[in-house]
Ligand binder design. Structure first.
Ligand SMILES: [Zn+2]
Length: 103
């Protein structure tokens, strides 16, 4: 059972790669995803578990820190985006910009 983790919402046990990892970085106390040393919480990448984590403040309790709404927003966004194929470039979303003319 090495590298198994438990989801903070549904309590499911799974290899840690199957979860999102939310980290409260030590000593800064900043909350970020995937990387960093500090207190970690694991969450299934599903709407159900994210909803429970947010509604019942599971994430905040697990990390012993206040979790800003923007953190949940970022996770909801992650859920909406396909994980396997990240878009190659974000240029398409930006309005076309004329490069500065070289004189
Ligand atoms: Zn879960």
């Amino acid at each position: 059972m090495k590298n198994y983790r438990r989801c903070i919402s549904c309590r499911k046990l799974a290899p840690k790669d199957a979860f999102w990892r939310v980290v409260r970085v030590h000593p800064e106390g900043q909350i970020q995803f995937d990387e960093g040393m500090g207190r970690s919480a694991y969450l299934c990448p599903t709407a159900d578990c994210l909803r429970v984590a947010q509604k019942k403040n599971r994430l905040g309790r697990s990390l012993k820190a206040a979790v800003a709404p923007i953190i949940y927003q970022a996770l909801w966004q992650r859920l909406a985006e396909p994980q396997a194929n990240p878009p190659p470039a974000s240029d398409a979303d930006l309005p076309p910009r004329t490069p500065p003319l070289e004189i």
